[in-house]
Design a protein around this ligand. Structure first.
Ligand SMILES: [Zn+2]
Length: 137
């Protein structure tokens, strides 16, 4: 699927995806909060500046943008019409970094969950997924 964003829209989109406190992350935080979780954000002392850290539960949650982190969904598999090679290389580096980050956290004894941006659109499924993760199943 080729995307139809203009270069200006794409820049804005990529900036939003890269930025902290993106909407999908806020959605996840709000669900966790309602599930009674206490967490810290973007802890610089953990690999990948982990998005949401729950030390009491030994758990870390990442919220990944589907495009930027190359999810297997439609959005994640879309390729930009311009500068395709540039974006492909950039996304590949992100994927490699993600793999290393998750491996490093797991080695250090953290339980890790990746929530994809597209999963944050179904509040009920998201809540169920986070609850399963929190109880360790
Ligand atoms: Zn996705």
């Amino acid at each position: 699927m080729a995307d139809t964003l203009t270069p200006a829209q794409r820049r804005k989109c990529m900036a939003a995806i890269r930025g902290k406190n993106t909407t999908p992350e806020r959605v996840v935080r709000s669900v966790l909060h309602r599930l009674g979780c206490r967490f810290a954000l973007h802890r610089a002392d953990l690999p990948g500046k982990s998005d949401i850290v729950m030390p009491a539960r030994n758990a870390v949650v990442f919220v990944h943008g589907c495009y930027w982190h190359t999810h297997a969904c439609t959005r994640g598999r879309s390729t930009p019409a311009t500068n395709a090679a540039f974006w492909r290389a950039k996304r590949e580096r992100t994927r490699t970094r993600d793999r290393r980050t998750l491996a490093a956290l797991r080695r250090a004894g953290w339980r890790v969950l990746v929530v994809w941006e597209c999963q944050t659109r179904d509040a009920r499924a998201l809540r169920a997924e986070l609850r399963r993760f929190l109880v360790g199943r």
